[in-house]
Design a protein around this ligand. Structure first.
Ligand code: PA5
Length: 338
């Protein structure tokens, strides 16, 4: 199995800096490819990816990346059970870095009970015991689950691409491109340390469109878990119908909107972002527009993720909190288990 020897697992800063190296690990074993091909031949009614927190986000991002490509439904599940429409014609992929997450284990049992074909991605734990070894991708251990996103992604994306019957993405070239992004961040309007300083004592509000919607959500979670602050995320164009009204109270709350701008925006979307920004400004709320030059949709989703992961760790350093520890998550998990 490929390892993570060069990564300092006691440093979240190092883990976020090694994002491209982790993606390059490309954990998609031949055995899984073989099993997935067999499953595909029998027909796939839909794909449900089930996982929580840092393990769930790879599924959210993959689902969004495939929305325009897949002819079969792909859903992401963050529950103890599965939606009723997930029947035995479906494939269920359980992702849990620890292999010990209650909700994921329970959803996996439901999938088995319904006769769904199942795959698992995990470092071990009870999930590895429950799952079929031939359909389990063993992830390298020792990371924080949320820092393992690129490794999980490198195992999940090719599995999905195979199941939906689309061409396999070249993750090594994408990892190379992400490597080149650092340290000057490809002409970004703000360096990570500048954005971190700007977000100090603020409630960051990440706003994305299409495949950048789960990236905005990922950023929210990283600021919760790494920087230990409240944060929010929303999506374009939905904000035009609700949150836009909330900007009336911008002057009373330290909200700091961050717009994730995509290279794929059409005129209508560009116009929407700009019009929303104008209303935000009129209400005393200055949005940051993050722009990067990326070559592909996947590169864009992962590049933004890598950049915002870095900002969350820098903010943790400014605030003097430990980005590694997740004491309250562990505490809650203990309470749910006992
Ligand atoms: O990032 C984290 O530590 C959490 O969000 C975990 O990912 C979450 O609690 C689920 O655990 P696991 O990823 O081990 O299934």
């Amino acid at each position: 199995m490929k390892t993570l020897d060069s990564i300092d697992k006691t440093s979240m800063r190092d883990m976020t800096a090694k994002f491209p190296s982790m993606l390059r690990l490309d954990v998609f074993p031949e055995s899984i490819r073989y099993e997935a091909e067999k499953v595909k031949l029998k027909g796939v009614g839909g794909i449900c990816i089930t996982g929580m927190g840092g393990s769930g986000i790879a599924g959210e991002i993959c689902k969004a990346l495939m929305a325009d490509v897949s002819e079969i439904p792909i859903v992401s599940n963050r529950e103890y059970s599965l939606p009723r429409h997930v029947t035995k014609e479906w494939v269920v992929i359980a992702v849990s870095y620890s292999g010990e997450t209650e909700e994921t284990l329970s959803a996996f049992d439901v999938a088995r009970h319904r006769g769904c074909r199942t795959f698992a991605l995990t470092t071990g734990g009870r999930l590895a015991v429950k799952a079929d070894v031939k359909k389990t991708t063993t992830l390298p251990a020792g990371l924080q689950p949320r820092a393992a996103l690129p490794v999980i992604f490198s195992g999940l994306l090719p599995l999905l691409e195979l199941l939906i019957g689309t061409e396999r993405s070249d993750l090594i070239s994408i990892a190379d491109a992400l490597e080149r992004l650092q340290p000057d961040w490809n002409g970004a309007s703000l360096m990570p340390e500048e954005l971190a300083a700007e977000l100090q004592n603020k409630i960051p509000w990440f706003i994305g469109w299409k495949h950048l919607v789960p990236v905005a959500y990922r950023a929210k979670c990283q600021f919760n878990e790494n920087s230990k602050i409240f944060a929010s995320s929303s999506e374009i164009p939905e904000i035009y119908h609700n949150e836009i009204e909330g900007t009336l109270s911008c002057r009373n709350h330290p909200v700091s909107p961050v717009f994730l701008r995509s290279r794929e925006e059409d005129e209508k979307t560009r116009n929407g972002f700009e019009s929303a920004a104008a209303i935000f400004e009129e209400n005393g709320c200055h949005p940051e527009h993050l722009n990067f030059r990326f070559d592909s949709r996947i590169e864009e989703a992962l590049g933004f993720t890598m950049y915002l992961d870095r900002v969350s760790v820098m903010l943790a350093e400014i605030l003097g909190v430990d980005p590694l520890s997740v004491e309250r998550i562990a505490q809650l998990k203990r309470r749910l288990r006992d």
